[in-house]
Write a protein that binds this ligand. Sequence first.
Ligand SMILES: [Zn+2]
Length: 191
Amino acid sequence: MKMVRHNRITVIILVLVLVLTFYPKPSYAYVLYSGYWSSTAKPSTNVEYYVDSSVTGYNYDTSVSSGASAWNGISLKYGITSTTVADSADIKVFAGDTHDTSWADTLNYKNKTDAGGCWSCSWNYSRIRINAPVYQPASSDLRMKVMIHEFGHAAGMDHETVNKAIMKQGDNGYYTMQTDDKDGLKAKYPN
Ligand SMILES: [Zn+2]
């Protein structure tokens, strides 16, 4: 009787060890803002960005267009194109001196006329600013990464802190879309 109980305890411990060994590790994945591009006024499959003449002045146009198009072809419910009509653009990209240490920054707005941005709103406008004094000395690869990152914010992606991702801050030595970024956009805009 005593032996049987002993064996049972051994089996239970063994099972526990196995379960704990193979239990999936907690996954740290993409982080999403709770806000979203209005799907009624303007479908998120047709988000339009406008490049201000200040960007052209610095010759950043190629990095900007590559950064935007990197988010295409991932979700059927999210697509971005450029427009030459400033007034109707959803996202506007500027370049200048933001007087801080960032390469660039992005703010999404509920309304174009609002004084401040809102990450939890229904968005009608987004503003990307390239900080030329810091952005200019960066390599072309890094410039590209920064623009993909900013257009990620505009799409509704927050910073990733653990996984390899473009939405992770800083220069991490990789400059193209990562699986985590794509998974994040798919989760934000499910097909
Ligand atoms: Zn960022």
